[in-house]
Design a protein around this ligand. Structure first.
Ligand code: FPP
Length: 247
């Protein structure tokens, strides 16, 4: 039986988050520059996005550029920014054709102007699509997001201090970049690294974690299906006991 046929359509993860790792190693293994890996990573992005949309996944978040990635050699950072622009240009039609809505998390205004402007145009163009929501994490890190949330709360309540008794998870989540987006059910990380790397720390409190040795440029929808089949074998207890879940 095909992997895709093994997927229970009634138990799909609503939100899948992906740490796309291994582009550099993939390229270096082939004797190429790291950017060659990033370019081939775009093919993996396309196939994964199409695969997720076709399955009926509601939210897919891709960690495309972290706040720490600015520390890479300038040449690589510049190449990644150019790649983002060419990808936005080349993928616009695919997003529209597949009814995909583009969203971003992260400090978008901290990206080069030409990148943030292009992103904003595409976000507006796809705002009414109601298929897959594709969320690009760009200039994002979870600690930045959480500190930013605290700053927003403080500045918003300067005149009108918040009652501490009203601060709970629901209150706090409204200040995160992911407000209105459900927490990821499944996190996929490629390239055999077992880390969270400052990604969606708050939101992943109860996510199922799936790690694969596949390097990102080799990742295809079939690898996504494999992750989903594995996810569907798990029992998600959210702190309860097995008997309570089975009721
Ligand atoms: C991690 O691999 C990958 C990145 C930091 C960039 C991801 C970017 C893309 C897949 C291309 C553009 C994305 C979109 C959404 C169009 P790494 O460089 O850390 O690999 P390594 O661990 O082998 O060095």
């Amino acid at each position: 039986m095909d992997l895709k046929d093994q997927i229970d359509k009634k138990n799909l993860p609503q939100h899948i988050a992906v740490i796309m790792d291994g582009n550099g190693r993939w390229a270096q293994k082939k004797g190429n520059q790291r950017i060659f890996g990033h370019k081939n990573g775009v093919k993996a992005v396309r196939d994964t996005v199409e695969g997720a949309a076709e399955l009926g996944i509601n939210f897919l978040t891709l960690y495309a550029f972290s706040t720490e990635n600015w520390n890479r050699p300038k040449q690589e950072v510049d190449a990644l920014m150019s790649l983002l622009i060419t990808s936005i240009n080349s993928e616009t039609d695919t997003l529209i054709k597949n009814n995909i809505r583009l969203l971003t998390i992260g400090n978008i205004d901290g990206l080069p102007k030409n990148v943030s402007a292009k992103l904003k145009v595409l976000i507006n163009k796809t705002a009414n699509n109601n298929g897959l929501s594709l969320i690009l994490a760009l200039n994002y890190s979870a600690r930045w997001e959480i500190v930013n949330a605290v700053k927003s709360i403080v500045s918003e309540h300067k005149q009108n201090p918040v009652d501490v008794n009203n601060i709970d998870n629901k209150f706090f989540e409204k200040y995160l970049n992911t407000k209105d987006i459900p927490d990821p059910d499944l996190l996929v990380r490629t390239s055999g690294e077992y880390r969270i790397s400052n990604f969606l720390i708050w939101q992943m409190a109860y996510s199922e974690l799936y790690f694969t040795e596949v390097l990102w440029p080799d990742f295809r929808r079939n690898d996504l299906y494999e992750a989903i089949v594995d996810y569907q074998k798990r029992e998600r207890r959210f702190g309860k006991i097995s008997e309570q879940i089975k009721k």
